[in-house]
Design a protein around this ligand. Sequence first.
Ligand code: PAF
Length: 280
Amino acid sequence: CIGFVPTMGYLHAGHLSLLRAARRRGGKAGKVVVSIYVNPTQFGPKEDFPSYPRDLKRDLNLCRTEGVDAVFAPRDKEMYPGKTGSRRCESADGPRFDKRGYSTYVVEEQLSQGMEGAARPGHFRGVTTVVAKLFNIVLPDVAVFGAKDWQQAAIIKRMVADLNFPLKIVVAPIVREPDGVAMSSRNKYLVGNLRPQAAVLRRSIQVVRQTVAIAKKPVFAPKLKARVRQIVKAAPAARLDYVEFFDPETLKPATKVAHGTHMALAVFIGKTRLIDNSWL
Ligand code: PAF
């Protein structure tokens, strides 16, 4: 059994929990494969592709310590071959590569419309494309994704079902810092007084969860969104990108929020964009 964990590297405790989940799934005879690749086609033109944290040596050491059996760390020219080398170009539907060398993309058309898909045009097209390619290269039996990217995991599950990939998708729970901030490679950007402000995402979720728990009937989503806006505003460097309430499987937005509804939000802390989500 091959258990696969696709990552963009700069591994943290959240990733390590995915590796362990892959190991558990595969049993004693199983092999764990990790990919480390900062996929250019899932970043918008103004996003942090150039500055995304990278440290392959450190990642390889961590994989070794964790007993990972194989690491796949391709270069752009291996993933997106192009006549001009691997030159990233922009287009109306998202970043792409030199068409003379690479011109096939995988697009999920339903679950990828809202939230991250709306805020980051072309992002999921890049994700589904690279993940499909990685599945075809690694040929895993199981692939593990983190629940922090809830929408991404839902889209990958849909892609696997729709395109008959012969593997099982496992979604592993979010791992949090002691102050509740979800682990993310982008937390590295949060220096000085920005770091404590990242707690507004978790705080928003907790306040909403409590409001929903004590309410006698479902709560209107706009009311909860206004409350989240207030909480985020209280942190001077924070700016709410979106907050959404939705069905955890179909991702269909909910107008009335009750126990079992899912919540997701994206917040800029300074220039760093963070996401979080939770079942309510
Ligand atoms: O979640 C990530 O780190 C990336 O989106 C993934 C799945 C490795 C694809 O590049």
